[in-house]
Unconditional design. Structure first.
Length: 193
């Protein structure tokens, strides 16, 4: 081969590289990728940056569970539970999936399902799952328990969470009692603080 052939080959390789770089820069400009707030999977040996910490959700007024659970729609809650059943089993004696089995979850101590490997963040507290704690957790799992393995974004609708709690309450041999409704003070008297 003479030098003219080598020049053509080198020009073709350089032209291809320049074309690939131009396409890459154009694609990055058009399709700007947002960095996720939290990594989905942690790779051992890779140090997470300080900006990946989850922020706590804004405080929300808790409903009167004695009132709202009594009138909640269990059927609608079962429909909402379809989102949960992607990762959890809700049947009695069901298997642990990506997440632990949720039969009889209301009132059960946190992170105690046998045979499931919980994150250290979840294992740090074994308080029972109350209606209030589940209501908050279902809104923002990462905000309530930073570092939990549960990657679900949460349910922003309070009504969906109430219906889901009513359904989860029914998924037990002995459903957890519904608390008594909060009595409001008689008209004309100042509210207790």
């Amino acid at each position: 081969m003479d030098s003219y052939e080598w020049n053509k080959i080198a020009g073709a390789v350089l032209g291809t590289l320049i074309f690939a770089l131009v396409v890459r820069f154009a694609a990055e400009a058009v399709f700007e990728v947002q960095k996720p707030a939290k990594e989905a999977y942690h790779v051992v040996g890779v140090v997470a940056s300080a900006s990946t910490s989850a922020t706590a959700p804004a405080e929300e007024t808790l409903p009167d569970f004695g009132t709202v659970l009594a009138s909640a729609d269990v059927t609608a809650g079962k429909t909402v539970a379809g989102k949960c059943e992607q990762c959890h089993d809700i049947s009695k004696g069901g298997p642990n999936k990506i997440g632990p089995e949720l039969w009889d979850i209301v009132g059960r101590p946190r992170a105690t399902e046998p045979g499931f490997s919980y994150s250290s963040a979840m294992m740090s507290d074994h308080s029972p799952w109350t209606y209030a704690s589940l209501f908050k957790y279902l809104k923002s799992p990462q905000g309530v328990v930073p570092g939990t393995k549960m990657s679900f974004a949460g349910l922003s609708s309070a009504n969906e969470r109430i219906n889901l709690l009513a359904y989860l309450r029914s998924a037990a041999d002995s459903p957890a009692p519904i608390p008594a409704p909060v009595k409001s003070p008689p008209e004309g008297t100042p509210a207790a603080k």
